[in-house]
Design a protein around this ligand. Structure first.
Ligand code: C5P
Length: 236
């Protein structure tokens, strides 16, 4: 996948099919991709994804199981032609490698595999509780390198990790960054945020943006404003 012209991924975080369809219709002209997550997928399945859009989507399922089962899951979603699919790096190299082999069966239009490292919802204490003695940052880097070596195309990472990861992993792997807040937008439950321009400057390829778009009075206008601000930033 070449670097996107419009790097905005709109997070379609709803389990209501009609709401998802309405957002998809109005946002598609203004964003690069739509992201559908686990709750939507469990509620509506592949037919639901197809009912929302005929474009390739970012399927955020965060797969994590034994290699054979994850490979089966990847194979099962290939008919959807998703652009991106997430899985947990902590599933290990064999799981990621199996996912990559399964994805390759779709040829060049295969979904890009994005690894999630340490969930941002885990504090340092919560991570210790799982048996990881390292700091969250060290664990993020360890899992990031493991995932890329094993065949992931990129990583989902938080705003506070993006510059460090870009410096460590070089220019090639995709970095997809949620926790983005346009200037003036409410942070809601995101503790550390970057603006769209800051995230791109720090090395992000794609920006996942949910509530600042879908919670706006006019979601299409909100997405268009972010896209044109980014375009101005690129031209400057
Ligand atoms: O509404 P908001 O812009 O906060 O939505 C961000 C999206 O990115 C949601 O779909 C959320 O699940 C996802 N995400 C996140 N933080 C992570 C990983 C994913 O906010 N660390």
């Amino acid at each position: 996948m070449t670097r996107p012209q419009n790097p905005i991924i709109a997070a379609v975080d709803t389990t209501d099919l009609v709401t998802a369809q309405t957002w998809a219709r109005s946002l598609t002209p203004h964003v690069g991709l739509l992201k559908l997550g686990l709750a939507f997928y469990l509620a509506h399945g592949q037919a639901g994804v197809r009912a929302v859009t005929d474009q390739p989507v970012f399927l955020d399922l965060k797969l994590h199981d034994i290699p054979n089962t994850v490979a089966g899951g990847v194979t099962a979603v290939l008919p959807l032609g998703a652009a991106m699919l997430t899985l947990h790096a902590s599933g290990g190299s064999a799981m990621i490698a199996a996912a990559r082999i399964a994805a390759e069966k779709a040829g060049t239009a295969r979904p890009k595999l994005l690894a999630v490292t340490v969930l941002t919802s885990l504090s340092a204490e919560a991570l210790t509780e799982t048996g990881v003695a390292d700091s969250p940052a060290a664990q993020v880097l360890r899992l990031a390198k493991l995932a890329l070596r094993a065949g992931a195309d990129g990583l989902v990472c938080s705003p506070q990790e993006v510059a460090m990861l870009r410096a460590e992993i070089g220019p090639e792997p995709l970095l997809v960054v949620p926790g983005i807040r346009p200037v003036g937008a409410a942070a809601a439950d995101q503790a550390r945020t970057l603006t769209p321009r800051e995230a791109i400057s720090a090395g992000a390829d794609w920006l996942v943006i949910g509530r600042p778009i879908t919670g706006a009075a006019d979601p299409a206008a909100a997405a268009a404003a972010i896209a044109s601000d980014l375009a101005r930033g690129q031209a400057a």
